[in-house]
Design a protein around this ligand. Structure first.
Ligand code: ATP
Length: 240
């Protein structure tokens, strides 16, 4: 579970996140949606300790990311919005680096890496430098590194971007399975069809403020004349 309590963040004069209070529960997939510049990545950066909030607190499974960052960071895995990280490392070196950070023993990590690399069809490229990877291959390496550490909370910033259809399908199945097992999954996306199919709960953010926080069914029930989440989303953010 992630508990975000009265969190704000300002860059210069720009209020990127404006006093948001939401809970991301266990056992379901939460979709985090909003227009460009709405505050999604800034919020995710604060949840994961990349940025400090100006005000408020964020707890991951009860551990405060500001007061207890090491313990809080053990609770989650992050797939960032850009996979252009550690490009001088090979995919395997990067995955092992992440597994080292999380103290995953050799036998466990090797079994997980083998299975995931085969599932995501990147086993033949794992020893190549990530600088030579396509965007989608980098995304796969980052995903595998996150999944190898087997965190309770998955925080995924536009995770399907660049993935081929088979890998995108596989990731969605893994997200469902992880949530079904009682864990926490939150992902941001601009692809509302994906959010509609995958999410139990939706958070809509716009101009740094939460415009909706609840189930997909309840959101649609508020707008019975709207046929799709896309129609509802446009209506909710139009009046912001
Ligand atoms: N480091 C920064 N310095 C200055 N302004 C920033 C910084 N990071 C974000 N912002 C601003 O904060 C606002 C929210 O940006 P953020 O990246 O959180 O949006 P987003 O919802 O993730 O957008 P997108 O969907 O386009 O990725 C934007 O107006 C952005 O310009």
């Amino acid at each position: 579970m992630i508990e975000i309590n009265h969190v704000s963040k300002t860059f210069g004069t720009k209020k990127a996140v404006d006093d948001i209070t939401v809970t991301i529960p266990t056992g379901c997939i939460t979709g985090f949606i909003g227009p460009n510049g709405a505050g999604k990545t800034t919020s995710i950066h604060m949840m994961t300790g990349v940025l400090q909030p100006d005000t408020g607190s964020i707890k991951l499974n009860g551990k405060d990311i500001t007061k207890d960052p090491i313990e809080a960071k053990r609770e989650f895995g992050l797939v960032p919005d850009s996979p252009d990280l550690f490009l001088r490392l090979s995919g395997l070196e990067y995955i092992n680096f992440m597994a080292d950070l999380y103290h995953i023993d050799t036998a466990t990590r090797n079994a997980r890496i083998k299975a995931l690399a085969e599932q995501f069809e990147i086993q033949d490229a794992l020893n190549d430098r990530m600088s030579s990877y396509s965007h989608g291959m980098r995304q796969k390496a980052i995903l595998i590194a996150t999944l190898v550490t087997d965190p309770n909370i998955w925080i995924l910033d536009e995770p399907m971007t660049g993935l081929d259809p088979a890998s995108s399908y596989l990731l969605k199945e893994k997200m469902k399975e992880h949530a079904r097992q009682g864990n926490t999954v939150i992902f941001s996306t601009h692809v509302l069809e994906v959010a509609e199919k995958l999410c139990d709960k939706i958070i809509i953010i716009d101009h740094g403020k939460i415009r909706y926080d609840g189930t997909l069914e309840a959101l649609k029930a508020q707008y019975p004349e709207k046929e799709s989440l896309e129609d509802v989303f446009l209506e909710v953010t139009r009046h912001a």
